[in-house]
Design a protein around this ligand. Structure first.
Ligand code: SF4
Length: 691
């Protein structure tokens, strides 16, 4: 038997042919006909079903007993504990005293069910996702600039650009299959990198601009200044399709190359050169990831990138665009269909007409849809700290490892009266602290759809059964709805395919319209389908980009120039903490908190086992820290030991630690972008010394 299914790790959205022999042997091969990966894969993808075999899979629900130990129980007992405890908390402290935290790893249909069950069925006003940690910035910036959270690009733009500018991105290890697409570019493109660190991508590009870590927004405004000063603009495009340029022109007037040089550490000529490269390009594309999204002025940086594209007319044409590359497999599905920051389909909780429209489609009372936005992730946690939220349901994410300033997180969680964790493993850093663990199936053991970075909907297929009594997240949500007493509300939500039909109806007429997609089989036949795909669309071209007609989603059809003042980094280095700590991905074989990749021997052997800290040769020599020695890294939050990796990747004054190790977030500084509430993982003051 053979099925085609999408990889469950990253947002690239690669597709694989998975063949199961009669003896049960499973073979995984990248699908040569799929327009995303075209027969290629990264090491994680080839092995993406291996973590399913791990012996720490949650095979039954686990309930903490009187001795304080997690003990296997039946689903009936688990659901009873879930409902009894959360309802008791709601009765005692009010409905809003229970909240949920979701993920960008679940299929869209499961996310929609979780969001609607949580908010409309259980009456929880507050629920957010771990996409807050990676993609909230891009979503907010697109929404403000374009009128909808709409990444404009298609992967073919990698192959048609003549200038590709990567900003705070390391695609060589973070998005290796996308990097393969870039290597296929026949335009002899200039590849540019803006990043404080000499990453794997820096080694491959035509030119690397190693800026000071707190200077990105200054540089982006400085580039706009040089483009304006030299008249390197697409005036007709600005005139016809945008609003707010004159104010933006005034805003960037003080960002002279000299002042920008002082702040960024780049030469005046470097800044001019970079602006000239943008000007000379015929098809310039800008690609950003976490160096932007997790900046302390994240949304402002993303908007500044969008502004560069708008003012030079580099959008809506092949090979162009201000393009945010997503992280998790279904971050894009979460952004639009999880019912967290917007009502499913990208509607506004604050808009009465939107609430009515969605309620009518779902056949529910509009009064069940909250007329307020949820608190953001960090605000939910602060509410736990204050004692207002007493019950938390964490689904398919590992914040005891991944949350910024993790010791604070761990301490804060002690204030909960009840913690439910739903996961495929029973011993993640988070599941270990749960009062109740709900045993969930993995990608490969269930059906649904993901949406990748280029808005392409891809199908995931069931290849095998989940182990023991573990259930798909979809089935868990359904059973919770019955046990909670709101099962009737979800009678039509009988399967992922049925939910997809509901999402088609909800999305109709929205920018993310998918009403023209018949079913999962059609998606598979087409090699994935990018939204929008409205009813009546006849052209299912494999590559479609947005804004080719110069019309944006604001009511007047125009894009906005958005900008703000440049701020200082929220935590400053000083004599006691003289280094800037940068964080990011470590290697191509590690994924986030490693709950899955660490289960695969082949992958584990390909990266350092111990946490490490990169330090420049000059700083290491000055401090007497030798290659591979243990060093002590300290911030105002805590102290960890890490092996020193001495070399030229970071500049003097900076150190770098990968996000995949538990220790790293002991040190990070808990600041949140004021517009997106995304944590600012990329800047903390630390000291370092030999152990
Ligand atoms: S690039 Fe991402 S989607 Fe593709 S195989 Fe690797 S992890 Fe999976």
């Amino acid at each position: 038997m053979a099925v085609c299914s999408t990889c469950g790790y990253c947002s690239t959205g690669c597709n694989f042919t998975i063949t199961t022999s009669p003896s049960g042997e499973i073979k995984v091969a990248p699908n040569p006909d799929y327009p995303v990966n075209k027969g290629t894969s990264c090491p994680k993808g080839f092995l993406h079903l291996e973590p399913l075999k791990a012996n720490d899979r949650a095979t039954k629900p686990l309930l903490r007993n009187a001795k304080g130990e997690l003990e296997q129980v039946s689903w009936d007992a688990a659901l009873d504990a879930f409902v009894t405890n959360f309802k008791m908390i709601q009765k005692k402290y009010g409905k809003e005293s229970v909240a949920f935290l979701g993920t960008g790893q679940l299929p869209t249909e499961e996310l929609a069910l979780l969001g609607c069950l949580g908010k409309f069925g259980m009456g929880l006003v507050h629920g957010d996702g771990n996409t807050r940690q990676c993609m909230a910035t891009a979503a907010k910036a697109y929404k403000l600039s374009f009128g909808f959270d709409a990444p404009p690009f298609t992967y073919h733009d990698y192959e048609t650009s003549d200038v590709l500018i990567f900003i705070g991105a390391n695609p060589v290890i973070a998005h290796p299959v996308m990097w393969n697409r870039i290597k296929k570019n026949q335009q002899n493109p200039q590849l540019i990198l803006i990043d404080p660190r000499k990453t794997e991508t820096a080694a491959k590009v035509s030119r690397h601009f190693p800026i000071a870590p707190d200077s990105l927004l200054t540089l982006l405004y400085g580039l706009a200044h040089v483009l304006i000063a030299n008249g390197w603009l697409d005036e007709p495009y600005i005139q016809n399709t945008t609003k707010g340029f004159d104010a933006f022109r005034q805003h960037v007037a003080p960002f002279t190359p000299e002042s920008v040089s002082n702040k960024t550490g780049l030469g005046v000529q470097d800044i001019f050169d970079l602006a000239e490269i943008i000007h000379n390009g015929k098809r310039v594309s800008f690609w950003w990831t976490m160096g932007v999204n997790q900046n302390f002025q994240a949304v402002a940086c993303a908007q500044a990138i969008i502004n560069l594209a708008l003012m030079t007319g580099n959008i809506g044409r092949p090979g162009t665009g201000p393009n945010s590359i997503t992280g998790q497999a279904n971050a894009m599905g979460s952004r639009i269909f999880s019912n967290t920051t917007s009502i499913i389909g990208g509607y506004d909780f604050l808009n009465r007409d939107h609430r009515r429209k969605v309620a009518d489609i779902l056949g529910i009372d509009a009064g069940l849809i909250p007329d307020r936005n949820s608190m953001a992730y960090d605000e939910i946690l602060k509410s736990v700290q204050k004692g207002d939220i007493k019950g938390l349901w964490i689904v398919c994410t590992n914040p005891f490892h991944s949350w910024i300033n993790r010791s604070w997180f761990e301490k804060t969680m002690k204030g909960l009266e009840y913690l439910v964790v739903q996961d495929m493993y029973h011993d993640t850093d988070t599941a270990k602290h749960a009062d109740l663990v709900l045993a969930a199936a993995a990608c490969g053991e269930k059906e649904g759809t993901f949406i990748n970075s280029e808005r392409r909907i891809g199908v995931i297929r069931k290849v095998m059964d989940p182990p023991g009594d573990a259930l798909s997240d979809f089935e868990i949500f359904k059973r919770i709805s019955q046990a909670w007493g709101c099962g009737d509300m979800f009678s039509e939500w009988s399967s992922p395919a049925a939910v997809f039909e509901i999402l088609k109806r909800v999305s109709k007429g929205q920018p993310c319209d998918i009403s023209g997609i018949k079913d999962f089989d059609m998606i598979e036949r087409c090699g994935g389908i990018q939204w929008p795909c409205p009813e009546g669309l006849n052209d299912f071209a494999q590559e479609r980009r947005l804004f080719e007609d110069g019309r944006y989603f604001h009511d007047d059809g125009k894009a906005r120039f958005c900008f703000t003042d440049v701020e200082q980094a929220p935590e400053r280095t000083d004599e006691a903490y003289p280094f800037v700590l940068l964080t990011g991905r470590g290697t191509v074989v590690q994924w986030h908190t490693q709950t899955r990749t660490d289960k695969v021997d082949t992958l584990r052997k390909m990266h350092p086992a111990d946490v490490y800290v990169e330090i420049s040769s000059a700083d290491a020599e000055r401090l007497g820290i030798g290659q591979g020695q243990w060093a002590v890294v300290r911030s105002r939050r805590g102290e960890v030991r890490a092996r020193a990796l001495v070399g030229g990747k970071v500049k003097p004054g900076n150190v770098f630690m990968p996000m995949h190790y538990f220790e790293t977030n002991e040190l990070t500084f808990p600041f949140f972008d004021p517009m997106s509430r995304e944590p600012s993982y990329k800047y903390a003051a630390v000291s370092i010394r030999p152990e």
